[in-house]
Ligand binder design. Structure first.
Ligand SMILES: *Cc1c(COP(=O)(O)O)cnc(C)c1O
Length: 379
């Protein structure tokens, strides 16, 4: 038997101490600009998202679920399965929801106890004005739950200043970290309401209250179970790398990647930004519309990846798959060269599909992207 020494950095690690675990939570808290409790849950971001809804939506209560993409649709299913009434506020996926629309919905449903909202949707490429929405929700008195998985590290996220009671993040998007661990901040108000909810999960993998009672309330001295050690270390490394770069410069890099992609795409035939207004465009990913009767978005992605397999392109999922594709310029891909190469690959793919005017569009798109990157950094 021969030992594979390449694996040794993943194995035989000393146990992750409670102190170290708490320190990672504190780093996440600083990234979220929160002084509230942060719980690092041992699973992909869907775990804290579902945990928040099951904790904060008592049976028979009313929740306002804002749907600006597929994650909001998922939340609606969980709310109904909790026995809550889910009032749905849908905004076109090509834009954002307005705080005035949230205010109107809350006036129509004054009994609302929870508002669930996605900050940025990588799948649809839009971002919502959380600061304004947070003020409206706070005035009404409902809890605000925010899915910030696709926004943390890519755009400002001021959890406490915006009045976000439950803020969920994952490591796998702009933080360029692991997908298997995630974190949620919980405000004091949220803890009170969760504790009062008899149907909130207890003694369960989905339980926030277990973390409070078995971990936080004891001063974070003893972990309730063996932590997901590799993922926690990877999350810490990802957060450290962002804090070393500077959160502001990570945010500026993502904003520039979005501006550059949108500017470059204007030079490409047959493609247009799916999100109409620049201010509604998520800094983490740009979605592009392909006129359905001409070409299928999946064919464009396949042809572009044939031109350059390394670029972060993906067909949209679900109902949008034929019409929409994504440029995932988050994490290490929020980079000038990556955006330029993605645009060149799209031009190459369109040319291979016989789209007129595509062959020489790649260079023009690259130049437009470079100029937009520079002016975004100056803005
Ligand atoms: C990416 C993302 C998640 C996490 O989902 P994965 O499909 O596992 O990456 C959750 N919410 C939002 C808004 C996301 O963009």
């Amino acid at each position: 038997m021969t030992a594979n020494t390449e694996h040794s950095s993943l194995l035989d690690l000393p146990p992750l101490t409670a102190e170290h675990f708490a320190a990672v939570e504190d780093k996440v808290a600083s990234l979220l600009r929160t002084r509230c409790d942060v719980v690092a849950m041992q699973g992909e971001a869907l775990l804290p998202l579902e945990a928040c809804i099951r904790a904060a939506a008592p049976r028979g209560s009313t929740a306002l679920n804002v749907v600006t993409g597929p994650y909001g649709e998922t939340f609606g299913g969980w709310l109904r399965s909790c026995g809550a009434e889910a009032v749905t506020l849908t905004a076109p996926f090509t834009g954002a929801v307005g705080a005035d629309e949230v205010a109107r919905a809350l006036r129509e449903h004054p009994e609302t106890g929870l508002v669930s909202l996605v900050h940025a949707e990588a799948a649809t490429g839009n971002t919502n004005p959380v600061a304004e929405i947070g003020a409206v929700v706070r005035e009404h008195g409902a809890l605000l739950m925010l899915d910030a998985v696709a926004s943390v590290g890519a755009e400002p996220l001021l959890t406490d200043a915006w009045g976000v009671d439950l803020c969920v993040i994952g490591g796998q998007k702009a933080l360029a970290g692991p997908a298997g661990v995630s974190a949620v901040s919980v405000s004091a108000r949220a803890w009170d309401r969760i504790a009062a909810n008899e149907s909130a999960p207890r003694r369960s993998y989905l339980s926030l209250l277990d973390w409070k009672e078995r971990w936080l309330d004891g001063g974070r001295k003893a972990l309730p179970h063996a932590p997901a050690q590799l993922e926690m270390l990877a999350l810490e490394a990802a957060v450290d790398r962002v804090l070393e770069e500077g959160l502001d410069s990570s945010i500026a890099r993502h904003r520039a990647a979005s501006a550059a992609t949108r500017a470059g795409v204007r030079e490409l035939p047959a493609l247009a930004a799916y999100v109409t207004r620049d201010q509604d465009a998520a800094p983490a990913a740009t979605t592009l519309r392909v006129p359905a009767d001409d070409v299928d978005a999946r064919e464009v992605v396949a042809a572009a990846l044939a031109a350059d397999p390394g670029v972060p392109l993906q067909a949209a999922g679900g109902a949008l798959a034929a019409e929409v594709l994504r440029v995932n310029h988050y994490g290490r891909s929020a980079d000038r060269a990556v955006v330029r190469d993605a645009l060149a690959a799209l031009a190459g793919g369109l040319a291979a599909l016989g789209v007129p005017g595509a062959a020489d569009a790649g260079d023009r798109a690259g130049e437009a992207a470079a100029a937009a990157w520079e002016s975004a950094l100056r803005a």
